[in-house]
Ligand binder design. Structure first.
Ligand code: HEM
Length: 260
C-alpha cells in the first residue's frame, strides 16, 4: 500500500514527459498539413494527389493535340481557345496562367515528395520487406520510377524549348518557330527524324512511368485491397496505353506525311 501510494504520488506530482522527440518543441506548433507532410504517409499522399493532377493534364493535353488530325486551323484555334478561357469574364490568358501555376505547383510538389521519400527510404528503412523477391520487385519499381521520371523531366524541358519558346525549333524544313502557329511549329519540329524518334522514346518512357504511377496511387492512398488488383492493373494499363498511343502517333504521323 505504501509502495502504491508512493508511486501514485510521484507520478501525479511530476510533469509527464513527452513520449517521443517528435512531440517536443517546434514540431507541435507546425500547421497540420506541414506536420502530415513530414511523415512518409503524408509524402505519399502528396505524391499521389500531384500525380493524379498531372495525369489529368497529360490525358487532356493528348486529347487536345488530336486536333492536329483535323488540320492547322483546328489546332491553332484550340490553342487560341485555351488562351481565351473564361474571356471576357477574366482577361485573356489569366485562366491559362492560373492553370499553368497549378501545374507547376503540382510538378514541384511531386519532385520534392519523390526526393524526400527516396531519402527517407535510404536512411531509415526500419522494417525490411518480407522476402528477397518483394525486395527486388520494390527496388526495381522505385528505380524505374526514378529513371523514367528524370528522363521525362528532361523531355519536358526540351519540349517547352521546342513548342513554347521555340529555341530548339529553328531548323525546320521551311523556316523558323512562329508564336501562335502551333500546328506549323509541331510539323517543323517533328519533321526531323532524330527529334521524332526522341519524342517516341520519351513518350514510351512516360508510359512506363504512368503505368507504375497509376498502379501505385491506390497503394499510396491506402486503397490496396488485393481484391481490386485486377481492376487496378486494368486501369494502369489502359491509362498508360491511351496516353502513349495518342502521343506517339503525332511524331509518326508527321514522319509518315499524314500530318504535313
Ligand atoms: C508527341 C506528344 C506531344 C505533342 C505533339 C505536344 C504538343 C505541344 C504543343 C504544340 C505545345 C504548345 C502549345 C501552345 O503553345 O499553345 C505543348 C505545350 C506543352 N506540353 Fe506538350 N505535347 C506532347 C506531349 C507532352 C507531354 C508528354 C507532356 C508532359 C510530360 C507535355 C507537356 C506540355 C506542357 C507542360 C506544355 C506547356 C503548356 C502551356 O504552356 O500552356 N506535352 N505541347
Amino acid at each position: 500500500m505504501a509502495i502504491l501510494m508512493a508511486t501514485t504520488s510521484s507520478t501525479l506530482g511530476s510533469k509527464r514527459e513527452p513520449a517521443t522527440a517528435t512531440a517536443v518543441g517546434t514540431r507541435r506548433k507546425r500547421p497540420f498539413l506541414l506536420d502530415l507532410y513530414s511523415t512518409a504517409v503524408g509524402k505519399k499522399y502528396v505524391m499521389a494527389i500531384s500525380g493524379i493532377a498531372m495525369m489529368g493534364f497529360v490525358l487532356f493535353h493528348m486529347i487536345g493535340n488530336l486536333k492536329m488530325y483535323q488540320g492547322a486551323e483546328a489546332l491553332n484555334h484550340y490553342a487560341e481557345f485555351l488562351k481565351k478561357l473564361l474571356y471576357p469574364l477574366a482577361p485573356k490568358g489569366v485562366v491559362l496562367w492560373i492553370l499553368r501555376g497549378g501545374l507547376i505547383t503540382m510538378l514541384l510538389l511531386h519532385l520534392h515528395a519523390a526526393w524526400s521519400l527516396t531519402r527517407l527510404n535510404r536512411f531509415a528503412r526500419a522494417v525490411k520487406y518480407q522476402g528477397p523477391r518483394d525486395y527486388q520487385v520494390a527496388k526495381f519499381a522505385s528505380r524505374t520510377m526514378r529513371w523514367t521520371g528524370i528522363i521525362v523531366l528532361a523531355y519536358l524541358v526540351w519540349h517547352l524549348l521546342d513548342f513554347t519558346f521555340g529555341t530548339v525549333n529553328a531548323v525546320g524544313t521551311d523556316g523558323t518557330f512562329v508564336r501562335g502557329e502551333v500546328y506549323e511549329n509541331v510539323v517543323r519540329s517533328l519533321d526531323r527524324p532524330v527529334v521524332a524518334a526522341f519524342y517516341v522514346l520519351a513518350n514510351v518512357l512516360l508510359g512506363i512511368h504512368l503505368f507504375h504511377g497509376a498502379w501505385s496511387i491506390f497503394q499510396s492512398l491506402g486503397w490496396n485491397n488485393p481484391r481490386f488488383n485486377t481492376w487496378r492493373r486494368g486501369f494502369a494499363t489502359g491509362f498508360a496505353t491511351i496516353v502513349v498511343v495518342g502521343n506517339v502517333s503525332f511524331p509518326i504521323a508527321v514522319i509518315a506525311g499524314i500530318v504535313k
